[in-house]
Design a binder for this molecule. Structure first.
Ligand code: NAP
Length: 266
């Protein structure tokens, strides 16, 4: 633990694959992690060195510095409604890592007690892209309601210390950009998966990348993909753009074909 960094007590709500991935690095940095989740993850938690609690009330009664929401986008509303905020011992920094941002910002601003701070974040990487470290990987955040600057900086420093490219922006801006980039990537990956594309002996570099996109999106849950569409108000337009783009490409080809087939005038 460096001198500018303090060991944080971090409580994770939603201990799925992404939380496991984050917890490994946080523990490596010397932070103390406890977790709770819908399902029993005590086995894997024990292996990672995470204190797993089944009971949400018991979990909320621990003296956390940070409570990190890592649940699926689709379950956020139910999960937040089930948090017994009255069990909090003291003001705490709430943070989330959901892949959409306006939705958690709105729900958490409504539900998190007024004396607790809130930072909404999106690490733009996952277990696959971050398996060899987080250096130069992007980390988006918005300080939604921050009074304890020191605590918030210590939390953000977890990512800064690993070499992430820190990007401060509004949740709205994030969702607009993520719909244009991440949602389009996931949708194309899902389409390629529906087409069952697979490597061939004559793959071009471009095709190898497409197979990689397909495989990466298949590794993410359908719940995650559904959340990217349902809870990002900019995603519907991108879906329409994809459909009309395919239509225009087809029309250009057909027009060219018709020109070639048509009568030749000298
Ligand atoms: P996910 O499928 O999006 O979320 C899995 C987590 O959600 C598990 O903890 C699961 O609990 C919980 N969950 C799902 N449905 C629930 C329900 N109805 N009630 C209560 N809990 C429920 O997979 P993930 O990859 O671990 O992602 C977690 C979060 O991180 C998501 O919000 C995602 O957008 C974000 N994120 C993911 C990545 C990535 O690369 N995977 C990158 C950046 C951000 P149990 O396991 O206990 O059942």
């Amino acid at each position: 633990m460096g001198t500018s960094t303090r060991a944080l007590k971090i409580g994770v709500i939603g201990f799925g694959p992404f939380a496991h991935f984050l917890a490994k690095t946080m523990i490596k940095q010397g932070h103390l992690i406890s977790a709770t989740s819908r399902s029993d993850h005590s086995g894997i938690a024990g292996n990672l060195g995470v204190h797993f609690l089944r009971e949400m009330e018991e979990f909320m009664g621990l003296e956390h510095d940070v409570i990190l929401i890592c649940t699926s986008i689709m379950s956020l509303s139910d999960v937040v409604n089930s948090i017994p905020f009255h069990c909090l011992k003291r003001p705490t920094l709430f943070a989330d890592v959901l892949s959409v941002k306006e939705h958690p910002r709105q729900i958490l601003l409504q539900e998190v007690p007024e004396d607790s701070d809130l930072v909404c974040t999106h690490p733009m990487f996952g277990p696959e892209s971050g398996k060899d470290g987080w250096k130069d990987l992007k980390f988006m955040y918005e300080r939604v309601r921050v009074r304890d600057e020191g605590l918030c900086s210590s939390f953000l420093n977890i990512f800064e210390q690993e070499g992430c490219k820190m990007l401060e922006m509004s949740c709205e801006e994030h969702d607009r950009l993520a719909a244009e980039s991440q949602f389009v990537t996931h949708t194309i990956g899902r389409m390629l998966s529906e087409m069952h594309i697979t490597n061939t002996p004559i793959d071009t570099k471009g095709f190898e990348k497409l197979v990689q996109v397909k495989e990466n999106t298949e590794n993410d849950s359908f719940d995650l993909y559904s959340g990217l569409y349902i809870h990002n108000r900019f995603a519907k337009q991108q879906m329409k753009n994809l459909e009309s783009a395919l239509q225009r490409v087809k029309e250009s080809l057909e027009a060219r074909m018709n020109k070639q087939d048509g009568p030749k005038c000298n």
